[in-house]
Write a protein that binds this ligand. Structure first.
Ligand code: BES
Ligand code: ZN
Ligand code: ZN
Length: 494
């Protein structure tokens, strides 16, 4: 999709639909809307008077053949209340608006970017609307016809800066769509080897180095916690390492991004109930978010050293599967008593964190994972959980998430929680009691992070659109936060 800064004036933009964002509490008789209203012979005033003004973010009013405009439709989309507008609402309003009109065979869209707008968020929102969930339908696919988006900017300022913001918005939007597409793939299409192949394609396209450690290589490194999870499946595990080494000083320690890549989580021998098990094809959302973030980091030419680790496995209850009661020795020597094979994410992440420290001497690490149902109980489907052993790194990630429009909430890691994962016969056990499950999972990971600054994002509740009638499938949560955290000006020696 082409996204660009329009050359023409608003009245001259020749497109199938011109999107005009409005606020629910503004009058059509003031500011820029007054100009539109006059041009349209009072149509906006009429909409308001008839109670057809759009209200909650993403609601629309469509006017056909608007007078004195080149556009064949004018679409008013609400961005909610003027005082509350932020990148999050702008992105959502544009995504919802363009998503609703995608079936109309609209190819060229003009978007009027208002002076209070973050134009990068507007560009992202437009790109996100093109995502298609039903690519496997053989009839009546919901594909988007949008080919070109012209952003008509009201922002004063340097044209080159606006163009960069639009380009960054496009890159982040496309990367988020890549994460959504991969996460949405069923387990019989994307298994660990296929995920490695797709990662290879992404790496080739944007100039990233990639190395895939197979079972043998992982055995050599004694990644036994990772390997143990994979043993119940016929599909071999893949530990994917992707490098972007672009710090002018190539030797500085890298930032390491780690994504949970369970291509299907049946629970293993601690089998999950059948209801809703199909959702566990999305247990690779963390790995997909990290891969997509690396694509954006490469395309944005971030002058940083970044390494991505994607431990990929299938968690199945085969004949050689990990059994409750088994004890495994992780890469860093820690022994783990496995009491529940469904708490597999922390096992594969443990070895990835150990790898980041021992093999890469990471400056800092951020992991992202659909880790616990308990996090969904705590925060619902609105915010993801954030944990970490370093206040400056947590602050950096929180700031990045605000910029990205992805909501996080920091949860605690007090010392008192540690006893809940104490094992009688090994160093630690892989599950705690029912209460505080998101925290004990993070406490488990913290054991492996040692004194390296580390943050953990539990995205179990936010990886899918749930409460929404039009937007379906994976959200791609985390891609933009990870990219912003890497691009941040904060020193990498946190
Ligand atoms: N992949 C799941 C977590 C999950 C649950 C993601 C719901 C998305 C939606 C994870 O591997 C898991 O099964 N966790 C268990 C841990 C428990 C056994 C301690 C859980 O949360 O029930
Ligand atoms: Zn599980
Ligand atoms: Zn899982």
């Amino acid at each position: 999709m082409q996204v660009r800064l329009a050359e023409a004036k608003v009245s001259e933009v020749d497109c199938d639909a011109l999107v005009l964002p409005v606020f629910e509490d503004e009058s059509p008789n003031a500011g820029i809307l007054k100009e539109f209203d006059e041009r349209l012979g009072g149509l906006l005033t009429e909409l308001k008077e008839r109670g057809e003004w759009p209200t909650t973010p993403g609601t629309l009013s469509i006017l056909h053949r608007p007078p004195n405009l080149q556009a064949s439709r004018l679409i008013l989309t609400s961005c909610g209340k003027k005082a509350e507008v932020d990148g999050f609402t702008i992105r959502l309003a544009l995504t919802k608006a363009l998503h609703k009109i995608r079936g109309f065979q609209i190819r060229r869209v003009g978007v009027y970017s208002r002076s209070e707008f973050d134009i990068e968020a507007a560009a992202q929102g437009a790109v996100l609307a093109a995502f298609q969930v039903d690519g496997y339908k053989t009839r009546d696919q919901s594909r988007s016809f949008i080919e070109q988006i012209d952003l008509i900017s009201q922002q004063a300022g340097d044209r080159r800066q606006l163009e960069y913001a639009i380009e960054k918005g496009r890159i982040l939007g496309e990367a988020t769509n890549l994460a959504r597409l991969l996460t949405n793939e069923p387990g019989n299409s994307v298994n660990p080897r296929e995920l490695a192949r797709r990662a290879g394609m992404v790496a080739d396209e944007c100039g990233l180095e990639i190395e895939v450690l197979d079972e043998k290589a992982a055995e050599k490194l004694q990644m036994n916690a990772f390997l143990a999870v994979a043993r119940g499946s016929q599909e071999p595990p893949q530990f994917i390492v992707i490098r972007h080494l672009k710090d002018p000083d190539r030797k500085s320690p890298p930032a390491v991004l780690i994504g949970k890549g369970v291509t299907f989580d049946s629970g293993g021998l601690s089998l999950k109930p059948p209801q809703g098990m199909e959702e566990m094809k999305t247990d690779k959302a963390g790995a997909c978010a990290v891969l997509a973030a690396m694509q954006a980091i490469a395309l944005l030419e971030a002058p940083k050293n970044v390494v991505a680790l994607l431990p990929c496995v299938e968690n199945l209850p085969g004949g050689r599967a990990l059994k409750p009661g088994d004890i495994v020795r992780a890469m860093n020597g820690t022994t783990v008593e496995v009491l529940n094979t469904d708490a597999e994410g922390r096992l594969i992440l443990a070895d990835a964190i150990a790898y980041a420290r021992q093999q890469l001497h990471a400056a800092f690490m951020i992991d992202i994972a659909t880790l616990t149902g308990a996090c969904v109980v705590a925060l619902g489907h609105v915010r993801a959980g954030l944990f970490g052993n370093s206040d400056p790194l947590c602050e950096r990630v929180l700031q990045a998430s605000e910029k990205a429009g992805e909501k996080l909430w920091r949860l605690p890691l007090d010392r008192e929680y540690r006893k809940e994962i104490e094992s009688d016969i090994a160093d630690i056990k892989n599950v705690g009691p029912r209460w505080g499950g998101a925290i004990t999972a993070a406490k488990f990971l913290e054991e492996f992070a040692g004194d390296t600054p580390w943050c953990h994002l539990d995205i179990a509740g936010v990886d899918l659109f749930r409460d929404n009638n039009d937007l379906k499938g994976p959200t791609g949560f985390g891609v933009r936060t990870l990219v912003e955290a890497i691009l941040s000006e904060s020193p990498d020696s946190l």
